[in-house]
Design a protein around this ligand. Sequence first.
Ligand code: UD2
Length: 319
Amino acid sequence: MSHYVVTGGAGFIGSAIVRRLLQEGAGRVVVIDNLLTGRESNLEEVRASIDFQRADIRNYEEIAALIRGAAVVFHEAAIPSVPRSIDDPVPSHEINIDGTFNVLRAAREGGAGRVVYAASSSAYGDTEVLPKVETMNPRPKSPYALQKLVGEYYCNVFSGVYGVETVSLRYFNVYGPRQDPSSPYSGVLSVFMKAILERRSPTIFGDGEQSRDFTYVDDVAELNLKAARAKNVAGKTINAGNGGRITLNQAWALLQAIEGVEIPALYGPPRAGDVRDSQADTTTAVRELGHAPRFSFEEGMRLTLEWYRRTVCFSLPGD
Ligand code: UD2
């Protein structure tokens, strides 16, 4: 029986895909993760139903046998974060580019059925027009954005040259339960959630009027499964976003309203490599994949906040 592989399957997005696969009755799910940013605790309640392999995508020999014969490889393993790729570009280059090459090579040599690749909306950079559509010229502004774009191009080339079926999903600022709020490179909404629960101000880089198409993690997991099944999509790049646009000031205001508190944010200098505005044109995703996001921003925020409240240990003022 052929199996599914999720690289980075112990990570925030990868573990959501693992859960979704198991819900759909996938027989064998192999998780490849080096636990650099992933955590086994993200897979706690499904641990007995998966084949967890601690392996590093930088090492071809380690992953080739695991990928051989897979029906679908969901390639989520990466070092995310724009600022992290600026501060420390070597590991992110090696994992995001060389690692992706290794996964594609293993898929080709091992006859895998399809690779669904976690691409990034950062590839667009700053565009004159919103929403951002797949036909626009990419303008990466950071090492991370470029690395993710190179991965996409590799997928496209492996599809055209070697006949490996690939689909690249350009994720738009994914958020939700299990996003780690504890690193200086954490996604902004996880940082906001931690701050509101600890009743302290977050620091917003810039004026807070930059905007993002924040997309709930379960909608992205669902889209991955749709991309795994869709016909006539080999070699394509497709936006994986909600189609909305929320500023950081609006997001922080919503959290204060939900919690019934008033805590003004602090403001710092803008971050190098930052994109100003981001919003997905979802036409291709709807047409090719039947994309139908289920979670509004407010709903996703409420669910995520509840998860952090239940799960994460916070330090409250006076502790
Ligand atoms: C980029 C990609 C996203 C994904 C992600 C992975 C864009 C538009 N999006 O997200 O799709 O690939 O990279 O890492 O390129 N910020 C604060 N305070 C904080 C933390 C962040 O103000 O404590 C700001 C930050 O300067 C930025 C916004 O929040 O303007 C979002 O930052 P982020 O790191 O959550 O995600 P971003 O947009 O770099």
